[in-house]
Design a protein around this ligand. Structure first.
Ligand SMILES: Cc1cc2nc3c(=O)[nH]c(=O)nc-3n(C[C@H](O)[C@H](O)[C@H](O)COP(=O)(O)OP(=O)(O)OC[C@H]3O[C@@H](n4cnc5c(N)ncnc54)[C@H](O)[C@@H]3O)c2cc1C
Length: 511
């Protein structure tokens, strides 16, 4: 039996590990797994560069930089780190640390601190851009729940409906969508991007009431993940309870590098970097280069859609749009920030401009400054996102991108000093945009994957393009798909396994 995994980002690598662990030495006949990756390197958007700054190694993250240790998906990732032998490399930001408690919005030409406690919220609500916040929250439970036939709406419309006239909430919501999706909150779907809020309103008819009722209740899945982590890696469980966010000392590529090693050492996995998939044909009699019994794609939607254009049946009925981000890492020889240590700031849509936000890397994770800890100031400016083309055109030159990033620092924080090191990455089409209608699009893809005129059950999907952009979501999605495949193979010889996969990876969209 041959299983092909398309893509070797965090999702494809985690899936390969899950399947390998469950299948090596199991008996049942010959089995092999091929992981096909288009690039010469693995890891996808997980991209750490260790840059020599004044003779010291400093971490420049060009993709994800921090993970949350909470919820079932967060706990699952921690368990994975433990299994990979990375527990000692974890560097955390404690819940009480400035980088956990101090986050800013850039509003009307100045940095506005977001409230981190009830008292802060009451104070912020008295005047300024967050004026009236507390009153809006107190009034929300008395606003009728959404109409029964409302299936989805934009993040902007959702907050406008639940908190009418609350300008501060609109500012924060649009900035948050810049931070997570590099997306426009006027287009992004609340149901898809903020499912827990959508569900809380659906359950109780009020967002505030729904959140309060579900706030302290852990799901069975979370309880199980907590229990497993406590037994296997008690120090990581303790870290999860006391931390707001974390990373690895050497940067997050440490995870994908370790997963790659596991795959390389597995007797049943073949890693095939520099092997772009250009066509997927779901008919074994027509296989040309490689044939596989099962295919699991972790490729972004547009990529797999283009691979299947010429295959029998209809093309994939829906493809997710993606946003590009310019990521500019900079290191200064001394502290240049005009404020006390903090995580960084986000820019709401209304402010316009090039920046989505700026992360104060050295404040959040000083141990990634190498031996110059305390003597280096690393920052990352994120620009573009949904307005990338408008700002940069088709193919911006890195020097122009750097200039724009320095202008952001000058205009928003008065920083004019030249960085002693920098790195510009133009991350094209890197973050899926779950816009209004995306949920329904996923439902159509799910049907297509199963239908006899579509993929005939021969392919499943997982990864950021198909539900949840965070690294935690990707790990959770890959492990769930992997375990479902293993369950399906239980007690069977591989040659007797049905060519139809037991899942599509999109079951949750059937509700
Ligand atoms: C700038 C940025 C910042 C982020 N920050 C955070 C953060 O702080 N925290 C967090 O949790 N998440 C963050 N994310 C999100 C997270 O990093 C990604 O969603 C996640 O890494 C996606 O993993 P994936 O394996 O699903 O997809 P990908 O990483 O896209 O992997 C897919 C793989 O498929 C390969 N591929 C594509 N087409 C083909 C083809 N035709 N043939 C063969 N191979 C192909 C690609 O080369 C790639 O390696 C960030 C993302 C970006 C871009």
């Amino acid at each position: 039996m041959h299983i092909a995994i398309l893509g070797a980002g965090i999702t494809g690598l985690t899936l390969a590990r899950t399947l390998s662990l469950g299948l090596v030495g199991r008996g049942g006949g010959p089995i092999r797994i091929s992981v096909l990756e288009g690039q010469g390197r693995v890891g996808g958007w997980v991209q750490t560069q260790r840059k020599s700054v004044a003779g010291e190694d400093a971490v420049f993250e060009q993709g994800p930089r921090t993970l949350r240790p909470s919820g079932p998906a967060g706990l699952r990732t921690l368990r994975l780190l433990g299994d990979l032998g990375l527990a000692e490399d974890v560097v955390q930001v404690g819940k009480g640390a400035p980088a956990a408690r101090k986050r800013y919005l850039y509003v009307q030409g100045r940095l506005l601190r977001l409230p981190a406690s009830i008292l802060d919220t009451v104070k912020a609500s008295a005047s300024g851009p967050l004026k009236g916040l507390v009153g809006s929250v107190l009034r929300e439970p008395f606003i009728p729940g959404r109409p029964r036939d409302l299936e989805d709406e934009s993040v902007q419309d959702f907050f406008a409906r639940r908190f009418p006239g609350a300008d501060g909430i609109q500012l924060a919501a649009s900035a948050m969508m810049h931070g997570i999706y590099a997306g426009d909150y006027r287009k992004l779907s609340v149901r898809s991007c903020l499912p827990s809020l959508w569900e809380a309103e659906g359950r109780s008819g009020s967002l505030v009431r729904g959140m309060l009722l579900s706030g302290s209740k852990a799901t069975t899945e979370e309880d199980e993940a907590r229990h497993a982590l406590k037994i296997h890696y008690p120090q990581l469980m303790e870290m999860a309870e006391t931390s707001a966010i974390y990373s690895l000392r050497q940067g997050l590529s440490g995870i994908t590098d370790a997963l790659n090693q596991v795959a390389i050492q597995s007797p049943i996995v073949t890693m095939r970097p520099s092997s772009p998939v250009t066509k997927v044909i779901l008919d074994e009699s027509k296989a040309k280069v490689m044939d596989a019994d099962w295919v699991v794609s972790t490729l972004p939607g547009p990529s797999i859609a283009s691979c299947m254009k010429g295959s029998p049946g209809n093309p994939i009925p829906y493809t997710t749009p993606y946003a590009s981000v310019a990521v500019v890492n900079m290191a200064f020889s001394q502290r240049v920030l005009p404020l006390d240590p903090a995580f960084g700031y986000l820019v709401p849509v209304r402010e316009g401009g090039d920046a989505l936000g700026v992360v104060f890397d050295s404040d959040a994770l000083p141990s990634q400054d190498g031996a110059r800890q305390g003597g280096l100031n690393r920052l990352t400016v994120m620009m573009g996102g949904w307005k990338f083309k408008q700002i940069f055109g088709e193919k911006p030159h890195p020097d122009d991108v750097l200039k724009k990033a320095r202008r952001v620092l000058k205009e928003q924080m008065g920083i004019v000093k030249e960085p002693m090191a920098h790195h510009v990455s133009i991350q094209c089409q890197c973050i899926p945009q779950y816009e209004v209608g995306w949920w329904d699009g996923m439902r159509q893809v799910d049907e297509w994957l199963r239908s006899s005129t579509g993929a005939q059950g021969r392919m499943a999907v997982c990864g950021a393009g198909w539900g949840g952009v965070s690294v935690n979501d990707c790990v959770q999605g890959a492990e769930k798909v992997g375990h479902a495949l293993l369950d399906h193979l239980k007690g069977k010889t591989f040659s007797g396994a049905s060519p139809t996969l037991p899942l599509t990876g999109l079951e949750r969209f059937r509700k």
